[in-house]
Design a protein around this ligand. Sequence first.
Ligand SMILES: *Cc1c(COP(=O)(O)O)cnc(C)c1O
Length: 370
Amino acid sequence: MRPAWLEVNFDALAHNFNLLRAAAGQVQVIGVVKANAYGHGAVEVGKELLRLGAWGLAVATTAEARELRRAGIVARILLMGSLHPQEAQDVVELDLIPSLSTLEAAEALNALGRPLAVHLEFDTGMGRVGFQPEEARMVRERFAHYENLLIQGIYSHFADAEEDEPWTKEQIERFQYVQQVFGPGYFYHLCNTAGVVNYGQYGLSAVRPGIGLYGLLPNLGLRPIARLLAKPTQVKQLPAGRRIGYGGLYTTQGPEWIATLPVGYADGMPRLVFNRATVRYFRAESLEPCVCPVVGRVSMDQITVRLPEPVGLEQVFEVATPDFDPHSSLWGWAELTGSVSYEPAVRLAARLPRVYVRAGEEVARVEPFG
Ligand SMILES: *Cc1c(COP(=O)(O)O)cnc(C)c1O
């Protein structure tokens, strides 16, 4: 196995799942595993979420759904986003629950002549996809004529449940209007992670957390579930005055121990964190981490770090730590680059091996392109 890998901790995933479900009043959880489960590996994470009791999984593209089906997952899969008519056939073949925002897509699906459960999306304030709440009556009437489409669920999506309370409240009111028009008996869902955390009383039938399952929001009791780990491929001492990496952005100040770790921006570490990010390792029998600065540019496949002492090639380094360290976590990389932790997470590359751990035991291992 390549000496750089992502370790995913299923105990932390269970902790986050249970914490979010409790915050939403123990309603159903639709586990959002789009974008390869935010970089963590959709098949393994999806299976674990189902084991934990998720109602189903949600993806963004039909190809993501196909990957889950090919891996033997038979559970409900909600295809989010606004279905394009040209995807109708895939929905039937893959047995997906499509999200409908347009009559064109509804007609294309209905015309296939196969009975299908669908979810309707309403645009309560995001302005992206969904029928308008004012169209609710019209939509209800039109759907009564689609003999193959059974409305199972109705949902909407928050634009800023993190910070903008008045706007979020407005979205909730618009959704309540839609609920009034359709009445009881539908599977209603509204909350993403920020919605669960701040408006958990609107859990309705189910919630749709993504980022929170992966533990990537600070100060909420969530635990990041992944560590990016690597062993050095070379450890050497360089004399003073040596420039390191593309552009020579770092120069050794004296004799320095430099380790090369085989991860780079093609693995998902942002190129811009050079000379600011750190990695760390633990000396035998010590709980205090040894923190090492990344020196010089992040290359495509490698980084260089400065060590306080020589180490062997079996030493494991945490390149991304399972916490909110401002210099060495996915969240920290986002802060350093003006982004949000979603972005470094989804950039965790397919070429990284992924090792899944439960109760300290490895339970699955996925080799890339295997
Ligand atoms: C991505 C997505 C989610 C999950 O959002 P998080 O902020 O990651 O919790 C929920 N619903 C929809 C429609 C989404 O696109």
